[in-house]
Design a protein around this ligand. Structure first.
Ligand code: C2E
Ligand code: CA
Ligand code: CA
Ligand code: CA
Length: 277
């Protein structure tokens, strides 16, 4: 047994140690990072394709780490979910996002602000109460907020999350199924969920021009969404030809680098002044 242990130690590579150290550091530091203002809120515009207008933004978190620089959310969100720090992060994003929604409205911009929520957040029975409180505090209409929930998150625990999703929906907050197509959901489940928007995962959208499979998937998802009276959004739109394609097949909203990469929230007004939408 001692021999086995020794062998295991030998196979660790320095990169792996570095990687593990980084994971542990990020895990340990996230809560403090929120208090130290190391996080920032970026936004990416959503275009109403037929109306040629920006109708909303998705809020995306960024972490400027003092040693590691910009840490991508794909790296630290899963860690935050493991430690439970995600709840604090989501609350921070919700309050900041709603602050921006209020500021933009005061400037005459009616933008629907989307915040990503994770499975762990949906298990918090007080989330809906807090969210409605924050919306009221700012005098915002409830539908100024949209919550994006990944397909796998809702389907994984549809029963557990359902009462709270209903509560949010009854209050007037909009809900979207994010990353649609990457998880497993039946039409029946989709119909039972109180969602108003469906976001097609960028992996399919980015392939529509060169993959017949992706094209079929995106076209049938647009039809499925419309048959269920849902607004359908394509994410990951990177070029004009894809946008034209989506328009032809009746997709409602588009989001992606073609319009803009995610930008710091305070740059949005300036961007809108210069954008052709
Ligand atoms: P997501 O919710 O699917 O967000 C869309 C991701 O696609 C964003 O990556 C965005 O920058 C990227 N994207 C947008 N347009 C394009 C495009 O045209 N081409 C390409 N290649 N990518 C595009 P980001 O900001 O790195 O976020 C990654 C994921 O991290 C998000 O995926 C979401 O799952 C998670 N995330 C980000 N912010 C938050 C947050 O505040 N809370 C939670 N719970 N998760 C978050
Ligand atoms: Ca999202
Ligand atoms: Ca997505
Ligand atoms: Ca994603």
């Amino acid at each position: 047994q001692a021999k086995q242990q020794k062998q295991r130690i030998v196979v660790y590579s320095p990169e792996q140690d570095g990687h593990t150290l980084r994971r542990l550091t990020l895990m340990a530091e996230l809560r403090a990072a929120i208090d130290r203002d190391e996080l920032s809120l970026y936004v990416q515009p959503k275009l109403d394709i037929a109306g040629w207008r920006i109708v909303g933004v998705e809020c995306l978190v960024r972490w400027h780490h003092p040693q590691y620089g910009m840490v991508p959310p794909d790296e630290f969100i899963p860690l935050a979910e493991q430690t439970g720090a995600i709840r604090q992060l989501t609350n921070w994003m919700l309050r900041k996002g709603l602050d921006w929604a209020k500021r933009w409205r005061d400037d005459g911009l009616q933008l629907k602000v989307a915040i990503n929520v994770s499975t762990v957040d949906l298990l918090d029975p007080l989330l809906a109460k807090r969210v409605s409180g924050w919306i009221r505090e700012r005098g915002l209409p409830a539908d100024a907020l949209l919550l994006e929930v990944t397909e796998s998150a809702v389907m994984q625990d549809a029963e557990g999350a359902l009462p709270m999703l209903r509560e949010l929906r009854d209050f007037g907050v909009d809900l979207a199924v994010d990353d649609f197509g990457t998880g497993y959901s039946s039409m029946l489940q989709l119909k039972r969920l109180p969602v108003g928007e469906l976001k097609i995962d960028k992996s399919f959208v980015m392939g529509v021009l060169r993959s017949a499979d992706d094209a079929v998937i995106v076209r049938s998802t647009i039809d499925l969404a419309h048959n269920l009276d849902l607004v359908v959004v394509a994410e990951g739109v990177e070029d004009d030809t894809t946008l034209e394609w989506l328009k032809r097949f009746g997709c409602d909203l588009a989001q992606g680098y073609l319009l803009s990469k995610p930008m710091p929230a305070d740059l949005l007004s300036l961007w809108l002044d210069q954008a052709p939408y």
